[in-house]
Design a protein around this ligand. Structure first.
Ligand code: ADP
Ligand code: ASP
Ligand code: MG
Length: 414
């Protein structure tokens, strides 16, 4: 007996049949004696459709109206699921973000949740009513509808689980759990029975969209017990853990990748103190986030600097960089929007060296040139030409033994 927050993603509520199936799963959980709060996404494809409508009307849509439009997808699913539960004889009630009192910062798009007042939900639970909450939305202090960024229903579920002190937060999706790599790209990817919170945070930050990054930040903050499961097949899913069981740690737990960045370089800049700041400050002032940065001295007195930004900011960053190049009397600027970032993640890297050289060797053997490298305690990321993405991920997946059950053994000599 306890409280479970269950979140069902877009594919899981993608049709009336799928919604009926979700209702059955919720009822099953109730019949096991648990209280359930359900969070739903929009039906699959619906948020993209709504974003498309907005973007075809306005180049730079008004954030308030954008959120009003795109938040409607979740409202359709919540009410359909509540009706479906009622049809089966289980009292249920749908709640928008505002009705569930999910308060966000005063920023209509990609807003952060600041707090939840779960009185209405608690009251419903006490009355034996199943609350079905719209994911991805909240309300700001002016009463505006806000949205939480793409994939934000995960964050709604985790925030509700933390606020209601739920016994478990279950994220139901269209794959069986968290895998060693995106199973849609790497057919040999293996489902993980558990993964540490830190590794999940890196994977989510580096492109594995199975959980929104902010939802992982929140589970870490509130130590929410969380499991990722399939709404299509029964199974144990993947548990997020907070303790490292040292003996069991493989060196590399997973591979993440994205094609959402672009690379820019400024060539032959006079190498003086403060030059990196002169280049990157105007980029930051234009609200463009810089991810990887590499500065490289080429010959006496000159330096090159390369960095990556979100692909959607590429043109804007390029025109700023061109101006900077003129004022610094640099030799020139170049850029490439067709790059991919591939990252190996694993807490085992803390205690073992040798992962980076092996990664570079594997890519070299496959004829893949590495353009930029960044490392942290538990991850190594490289930038390569986008056309090599799948080849690189598959080669690394095999070389690090991720397709095998026992991938602890590591031979640094290969
Ligand atoms: P939902 O609509 O349920 O929120 P998402 O599409 O947001 O589902 O996330 C699930 C998808 O995440 C999977 O279909 C899979 O393609 C992708 N994915 C990327 N990396 C991983 C990974 N390491 N493990 C599992 N799924 C992953
Ligand atoms: N429907 C929203 C999206 O597609 C939120 C979510 O599904 O988590 O991004
Ligand atoms: Mg998602």
């Amino acid at each position: 007996m306890g409280l479970i927050v269950q979140k069902y993603g877009g594919t899981s509520v993608g049709s009336l049949d799928r919604i009926r199936h979700v209702a059955e799963k919720v009822i099953e959980t109730k019949q096991q004696g648990h209280d359930v709060v359900v969070v739903v996404s929009a039906m699959s494809g619906e948020t993209n459709r709504l974003v498309g409508l907005v973007e075809s009307l306005a180049k730079d849509p008004d954030p308030r109206e954008y959120s009003v439009v795109v938040s409607t997808g979740e409202m359709v699913s919540m009410a359909l699921l509540a009706m479906c539960l009622m049809e089966s004889g289980f009292p249920a009630r749908s709640y928008t973000g505002a009705q569930a009192q999910i308060f966000t910062e005063n920023k209509c798009v990609k807003a952060r949740i600041e707090g939840i007042e779960p009185h209405a939900l608690k009251q419903a639970l006490q009355e034996g009513i199943i609350p079905v909450v719209a994911g991805f939305q909240g309300v700001d202090s002016y009463g505006n509808i806000t949205t939480l960024g793409r994939g934000g229903s995960d964050t709604t579920a985790v925030a509700l689980a933390a606020s209601l002190e739920a016994d478990e937060c279950q994220i139901y999706t269209d794959v069986d759990g968290v895998y060693t790599a995106d199973p849609r790209i790497v057919s040999e990817a293996r489902q993980l029975s558990h993964i540490t919170f830190e590794e999940m945070l890196e994977l989510a930050s580096l492109g594995a969209k199975v959980l929104q990054k902010r939802s992982v930040e929140l589970i870490g903050k509130y130590k929410v017990p969380l499991r990722v499961l399939s709404s299509f097949h029964d199974g144990p899913g993947t548990l997020i853990t907070y303790e490292e069981v040292a003996m069991e740690r493989p060196l590399v737990s997973g591979i993440a990748f994205n094609r959402t960045e672009a690379k820019l370089s400024i060539i032959g800049v006079p190498d003086q103190a403060g030059v990196a700041a002169k280049i990157l400050t105007p980029i930051g002032e234009a609200n463009i986030d810089v991810d990887m940065i590499v500065q490289n001295k080429i010959d006496d007195g000159l330096t090159d600097l390369s960095f990556t930004v979100a692909r959607e900011d590429y043109q804007k960053a390029m025109s700023i960089l061109q101006k900077v190049a003129t004022s610094l009397e640099a030799k020139g600027v170049t850029g490439d929007a067709k790059i991919a970032k591939i990252s190996l993640v694993g807490v085992g890297m803390r205690s073992h060296s040798g992962v980076a050289p092996k990664m570079f060797q594997v890519l070299g053997d496959a004829g893949i040139n590495i353009q930029l490298i960044a490392t942290s305690e538990i991850k190594i990321s490289v930038i390569v030409d986008e056309k090599y993405l799948e080849l690189a991920v598959r080669a690394l997946h095999a070389a690090f033994g991720l397709d095998k059950e026992a991938n602890e053994e590591f031979d640094p000599k290969m």
